[in-house]
Design a protein around this ligand. Sequence first.
Ligand SMILES: [Zn+2]
Length: 231
Amino acid sequence: MGGCHSYPSASEADDSALQPRDASPDKLGINNNMVEERLYLRPQYVSQRITGANVHALAATPPGVDQAEWLASNTVAFFKHINLLSSALSEFCTPSTCPTACGPGNTVYTWTDEQGRKLKCSAPLYSDYSMSYIQELLTDEEVFPTKAGSSFPNGFRFLVQKVFLLLFRSLAHVYWSHYQETLVLGLQPHLNTLLSHLHAFTQLHGLLEPEDTQPMQALLSALGQGPMREL
Ligand SMILES: [Zn+2]
């Protein structure tokens, strides 16, 4: 797949930090993002969920359950759900429709490879890198042990934080670049539910920094304040 090249400037933000919006959408080749009013902020869409369940209650560690085990099982579950949802929209996310991996506010995401090189990618390639990276982590017995008596590694929380940042960015890209297709497919209640649950989970367990979620703040506020409606 094309659309990826080395990032020449060492001063650019790395993968762990969001980039400033210092380039015009035209320059970046970002698609259909100049609409002043974001569709996903409209009250009739914001209010849609697949369940009226309290996401804060769902996010809390159940009594008697090990904290690391709870983080691990939810990491796997969120990955499966978000990977599935992204797959449903993947035919609309191509190097030509999305030459830049981006999210709300035209935030541009860059990938840091194993050699530390910063890569500016198309959105589908960034997504491929993200999902492959997460899949590899989740199947690494050293990181996500499944055998009884195994313990989680010292850097476990850091890796979980990285996974949730990538998952959050995946949802952010869908809202920013593929919301019309989301509406056509009728996926907006699922998308809102996933984002609300993921945000509640990451806030409760300290997995995302405020600067990570800031580009999505208008929507997160709207989701938190809007009436829950079960379909
Ligand atoms: Zn896309």
